[in-house]
Design a protein around this ligand. Structure first.
Ligand SMILES: [Zn+2]
Length: 510
């Protein structure tokens, strides 16, 4: 096996959840992120293709396991079930597969994992802390060994912020949330300093979740107002990274990665079902819009926009199972009646619209024949490509994908048939179609920013060439790269290939 770098004495992997890659470079260039600036100048960088372009919720699971989204039973926390023709809640445990740290621990390396974006199944690590800040939608807090987390809580206290909070509506609220997130980053730093200096480790995997929470809640307005709080959280994370690099020492290979990014809020997904109705994919013939959402979908959309996530979850927990499922359905799908639809919208991350064909024999309400699929997909794609922002005339669909052709695995059949990644390069508030006219659309009201498909890798350490820009890799290549840096072959399930971080090493005779 060709080494990707000279064997590292130690490896530090930092996962910056939902870090905005363009913003990171911009702040580093402006001199505000000295650690990132050093990594960019003295290390290698790669922008990575990401499955967040189609199915953002499973992007971290894909990065940590090197497997495509069809390997996982879950593609979204509330997802379409073709057997019942209903929605079902999918748990974090359904993002199955061994993350790279399990393979490293199995090989006898001393591995420590702190608050990774996707903890995976039962750990085989020397220490693992899962969901450090707060139990929430993602999963329960916990550690291995079990006594570790209570001991850390007693010694350091717990961060005073939730994993995700709704966007504050006032400048004062923004300042308060910004301060809480910075305090959480600083507390994370103290806990990590304690762990990394008191426990022996060969590989440390360190998660940073505050940029994700900050991006959703503090993303600046279209005109750039109110950007100060978000930038300040990036500055705090940069200081944390600087301290981690110091602790790791000069012989440590450091990788900083993100499986997806953050950008302006996206409109589109919540009105996709209405667009499909206007286009004639529902029981009614195609028609022009009167510029208003239909009453039923409008009510559900207003409810979703009004009730912040935490409140919705709290209300949901208090209800019996049947009502909870009904609420989930209305929040995520708007309307229940899919009978007679040729194609309908299914829940997915707001940043990416998802469509399921009603295929006879596969979907409970299926009415179309397999031979009709190519033509129907073509018709849907053409209709979506035609959508533009009426203000600028620019297309609002960034990319289209057919997950059944793109991804292969045991759960391919459950995936949407078509995904549309909404444009995130500029803000838009309406869509225009030559077929149905202009329709105002709205992003959900509780988020200032939303996910993007921008993923990246920064590498720094012995043998890594300074200033190298590595092209053509994807998030599936990160796990094999980490394993190769430790001299290990990837497991058979891993689909990616190691990224050559040090070309000089690859060229040297074995
Ligand atoms: Zn998010």
């Amino acid at each position: 096996m060709t080494p990707v770098v000279p064997p590292a004495t130690r490896l530090l992997v930092c996962t910056l959840d939902a870090c905005a890659w363009p913003l990171l470079q911009q702040l580093a260039t402006a001199g505000r992120l000295p650690t990132i600036a050093t990594l960019l100048a003295r290390g290698a960088r790669a922008t990575l293709a990401s499955t967040a372009e189609q199915l953002p919720d499973s992007a971290w699971a894909s990065l940590c396991t090197g497997r495509n989204p069809a390997a996982f039973a879950r593609y979204f926390p509330v997802q379409y079930d073709p057997v019942t023709g209903d929605l079902r809640c999918a748990g974090e445990h359904e993002l199955t597969g061994s993350p790279f740290w399990t393979t490293l621990a199995d090989a006898g390396l001393r591995v420590g994992v702190f608050d990774p974006p996707n903890p995976g199944p039962a750990p085989a690590a020397d220490f693992l802390v899962a969901h450090w800040p707060l139990a929430g939608r993602r999963g329960p807090r916990g550690s291995s060994p079990p006594e570790l987390l209570p001991a850390l809580d007693r010694r350091f206290g717990r961060p005073a912020h939730g994993t995700l909070e709704p966007a504050p509506r006032s400048p004062r609220g923004r300042r308060a949330l910004g301060a809480r997130l910075i305090a959480a980053v600083e507390l994370r730093g103290r806990v990590l300093e304690h762990l990394l200096t008191t426990r022996g480790w060969d590989v440390a995997v360190v998660g940073v979740g505050e940029l994700h929470a900050a991006g959703h809640a503090l993303w600046p307005a279209d005109d750039g107002r109110d950007g100060g709080e978000l930038a300040a959280v990036y500055v705090a994370v940069d200081a944390l990274l600087g301290r981690l690099l110091e602790l790791a020492g000069p012989d440590c290979l450091t990788l900083v990665v993100s499986a997806h990014g953050m950008g302006p809020p996206r409109a589109g997904s919540r009105d996709l079902q209405h667009m499909l109705d206007l286009l004639g994919f529902g029981p009614r013939p195609a028609r022009r819009t009167d510029g208003r959402p239909p009453q039923e979908a409008g009510a559900a959309a207003r409810l979703a926009a009004l009730a912040p996530g935490a409140l919705r979850r709290a209300a949901g927990r208090a209800l019996p199972g049947r009502l909870r499922r009904e609420l989930h359905f209305r929040w995520h799908a708007g309307r229940r009646d899919w009978v007679g639809w040729r194609a309908h919208a299914v829940p997915n991350d707001d940043a990416v619209g998802a469509i399921r064909l009603a295929l006879r024999g596969r979907d409970r309400h299926g009415s179309i024949e397999p031979r009709q699929v190519p033509e129907l997909l073509g018709e849907l794609e053409q209709s979506l490509r035609e959508l533009t922002d009426p203000a600028s005339g620019r297309p609002v669909v960034r990319s289209l994908a057919r997950p059944h052709e793109l991804f292969a695995g045991p759960y391919t059949d459950a995936l949407p048939d078509l995904t549309a990644c909404w444009e995130y390069g500029f803000a838009w508030r309406a869509v225009h179609s030559p077929r149905f006219g202009t329709l105002p659309v709205g992003p959900r009201g509780d988020r200032a920013g939303d996910h993007t498909a921008d993923a990246f890798l920064l590498a720094h350490g012995p043998g890594v060439a300074a200033g190298d820009e590595l092209a053509g890799s994807s998030i599936l290549d990160v796990a094999p790269t980490i394993l190769a840096a430790c001299g290990l072959p990837p497991p058979a399930t891993c689909e990616g290939a190691p990224i050559q971080l040090a070309p000089a090493v690859a060229a040297a005779p074995a």
